[in-house]
Design a protein around this ligand. Structure first.
Ligand code: ADP
Ligand code: ZN
Length: 217
């Protein structure tokens, strides 16, 4: 089964993809995480995309498609996967269709997560993660019980993404509207879209996504 989680930055794709991975056995493929890992490793690819990502712009299609294409050939993808942050342009969607056709498989569902712009900005601007275990926090909505200490692992180092600042968020939302939103009609024509309300509580969103996946089977 192949699931695409689709929606604007900050809509909760990453959170929900991790939950689905934990209880469906499908592997989460986040192109954002892959690119951030490349940056952290100091690879040629990482150095090339670092500035583009920090500004909030999209990395070029060729680079992202090549990266994703190599990743889905790995054995852990055989049972299926959850795409989080890919495709983000019509060119990427077309490339994905071609890759999957080559493997004799197709997308089961594209889950569209809708969230109002104001909420997106509020969610993104306050968020940070534990540098040790990756647990997510937020200045306004979810602070650690003991200030400066991770609830999960006791870690004391926290990270904020380079692109989670006001100017980059504005550019990311523009990129979503101009380059990614055209995917909605693309997948609607192919009868793949299931919309869920991303403004609801995380548990409710998770249930809705699972219902959509069931309906798609
Ligand atoms: P968010 O959805 O919150 O913006 P991601 O982690 O999915 O976060 O993506 C962060 C950044 O990584 C994007 O702004 C972009 O620069 C780059 N990126 C991730 N996926 C893609 C993609 N499919 N195509 C182009 N750039 C991408
Ligand atoms: Zn932690």
């Amino acid at each position: 089964m192949i699931i695409v989680l689709f929606g604007p930055p900050g809509c909760g794709k990453g959170t929900q993809a991790k939950r689905l991975q934990a209880n469906t056995g499908l592997v989460q493929l986040s192109t954002g995480d892959m690119l951030r890992a490349a940056i952290a490793s100091g690879s040629e690819l990482g150095n090339r995309v670092k500035g583009i990502m920090a500004e909030g712009n999209l990395v070029d299609d060729e680079t992202v498609i090549a990266m994703l294409s190599a990743r889905i050939d790995a054995p852990d993808c055989e049972k299926g996967f959850i795409l989080d942050g890919f495709p983000r342009t019509v060119a990427q969607a077309e490339a994905l269709d071609a890759l999957l056709t080559g493997k004799g498989i197709e997308i089961g569902a594209v889950v569209e997560m809708t969230v109002e712009d104001e909420a997106l900005i509020e969610r993104i601007s306050g968020r940070y993660t534990c540098g040790n275990c990756g647990e997510g926090y937020h200045d306004a909505f979810k602070r650690p019980v003991a200030e400066g200490v991770c609830d999960q692992c006791g870690g004391k180092k926290f990270d904020r993404r380079a692109d989670d600042n006001a100017e980059s968020v504005r550019i990311r939302l523009d990129a979503y509207r101009n380059q990614s939103a055209p995917l909605l009609p693309y997948y609607r024509e192919r009868d793949k879209i299931f919309a869920v309300n991303g403004m609801a509580e995380m548990d409710v969103v998770e249930k809705e996504i699972k219902a959509a996946i069931k309906a798609a089977k």
